[in-house]
Design a protein around this ligand. Structure first.
Ligand code: FES
Length: 102
């Protein structure tokens, strides 16, 4: 498997997933359900998280839904963020919820 590692802070939990997996779905592998009203389809704008490692370029959906200052700070929509390299992300407790789309 061509894999990449996602580290989730503040716990420091790590999951290995196939390259190209969305951050949204990789977090689920750790039992972390990121806030969403659209189930990961890039429509609600609620699944944003803050990258601690160097982020990918924003997608067109990121640019449409997130303010420039947030993009500049490394915030991205987790459902549009495809993991290409080992990545570190901070997902605060307020961005998680219980199994609504699990
Ligand atoms: S989950 Fe709705 S935009 Fe990402």
């Amino acid at each position: 498997m061509d894999a990449v590692r996602l580290t989730v802070e503040p716990e420091g939990e790590v999951v290995e997933v196939p390259r190209g997996t969305s951050l949204f779905h990789a977090a689920r592998e750790l039992g972390i359900n990121i806030t969403s009203d659209c189930g990961g389809h890039g429509e609600c704008g609620k699944c944003f998280v803050r990258l601690r490692s160097e982020p990918n370029e924003p997608t067109a959906v990121d640019r449409r839904m997130l303010a420039k200052d947030r993009l500049d700070m490394g915030t991205r929509l987790s459902c549009r963020y495809l993991l290409q390299t080992d990545t570190v992300v901070y997902i605060p407790p307020g961005k998680r919820r219980q199994n609504r789309y699990a």
